[in-house]
Design a protein around this ligand. Structure first.
Ligand code: NCD
Length: 358
């Protein structure tokens, strides 16, 4: 059975299959109106979300399936103290597939350890957001026609922006990717992504101080908002929030066929004057999100008993009760779960739930 906890749980071939299916659904939606008839998706959203939850709901309904679940954990049994693993064991009796968003890093991984149905990580804290990544890859494929050989500028909150972390991980499976990192010092890309993904998988990156510096080289500009809810210090947030703003003037420096992506919601990092530019792809990206989730739900349900689509082998994962993850936002410090760790090729030990260095 295949869960989608990390973008790397899918092989490049599986991602291509999902993108091809999404393209097919866009062209012939009527062929898929009954594709998931009598199937149910449970959406367990422990953290606020509009577009991701509604995108999953719209996707399942357009496939003829049904949706159940909660969007406010405070009104579910969670408020009685039920663990994520128990909630999932229960919901799996009612649903064929589960999409979960949680503020704690690694919660969907803990869910997948006990779930008899596929779990989709719909965002875990500032860690990962693999279905946004599939959305981004489908958008890039439809805007530019290819995913290999791209130069991508990531701008804004690269520290807490989980969509950035997941997209960089996924891009490590493609050829000729170059990355510009455009962020203030306090919002830099986490060490584990720079080290384990960029350095080890050979994605060259350059850090620059302004959008203008990177712009002429970019095929994709990936804008993000500063993640207010993840700051412990509000003054720091106020100082950083308006650091990088995209406007029509800066768009003049860009290639004619570049595309601007943003996972949304935007706050004020892209001025509305950019929306009319044909290169502003962020609203088309939202539509891609629904189609790629249709393709993903159908694929994970179809692949459930197919030995050709296993989870990747976790040969580097081990458990050791003498080690401790110190990340206060990690699942292993919130609920009683087996402490799993992984060792990188250089011998660095990381928590398997949140990827913090031990
Ligand atoms: C993103 C998220 O939730 O991480 N939004 C989304 O899923 N479309 C980005 C964000 O909240 O800034």
């Amino acid at each position: 059975m295949k869960h989608l906890i990390e973008p790397t749980d899918l092989t490049r071939a599986e991602i291509s299959e999902i993108i091809a299916l999404a393209d097919r659904i866009i062209e012939h939606p009527e062929e898929y109106y009954e594709a998931m008839a009598h199937k149910k998706l449970a959406t367990l959203f422990y953290e606020p979300s509009t577009r991701t939850r509604l995108s999953f709901t719209a996707a399942m309904k357009e496939l003829g399936g049904q949706v159940l679940g909660f969007s406010d954990a405070a009104r579910s049994s969670v408020s009685k103290g039920e663990t994520v693993q128990d909630t999932v064991r229960v919901l799996a009796c009612f649903a064929d597939i589960i999409a979960m968003r949680h503020p704690i890093e690694g919660a969907p991984l803990a869910a997948s350890e006990v779930s008899p149905v596929p779990i989709i990580n719909a965002g875990d804290g500032s860690h990962s957001h693999p279905t946004q990544t599939l959305t981004d890859l489908l958008t890039i494929h439809r805007e530019l026609g290819h995913i290999d050989n791209l130069t991508i500028g990531f701008c804004g909150d690269l520290r807490f922006g989980r969509t950035v972390h997941s997209l960089i991980k996924a891009l490590s499976a493609y050829e000729g990717i170059k990355v510009y990192l455009i962020a203030p010092d306090a919002l830099k890309l986490p060490e584990y992504i720079r080290h384990d993904v960029c350095d080890r998988k050979g994605i060259p990156y350059e850090e620059v101080d302004s959008i203008e510096e990177a712009m002429p080289n970019l095929d994709i500009l990936y804008m993000t908002r500063v993640q207010k809810e993840r700051f412990l210090d509000q003054d720091e947030f106020d100082r950083l929030k308006d650091n990088f703003i995209l406007n029509a003037e800066k768009m003049k420096l860009a290639k004619k066929n570049m595309a601007v992506l943003h996972p949304l919601p935007r706050v004020n990092e892209i001025l509305t004057e950019v929306d009319a530019d044909p290169r502003a792809a962020y609203f088309r990206q939202v539509a891609c999100g629904k189609y790629v989730r249709m393709a993903l739900i159908k694929s994970l349900i179809d692949w459930k008993d197919d030995p050709k689509h296993p989870m990747p082998e976790k040969k580097d994962i081990f458990t050791d009760t003498t080690l401790r993850c110190t990340n206060p936002k990690c699942m292993c410090n919130h609920e009683h779960v087996t402490p799993y760790f992984k060792r990188t090729e250089e011998g660095i030990i990381r928590c398997a739930y949140c990827e913090s260095k031990i």
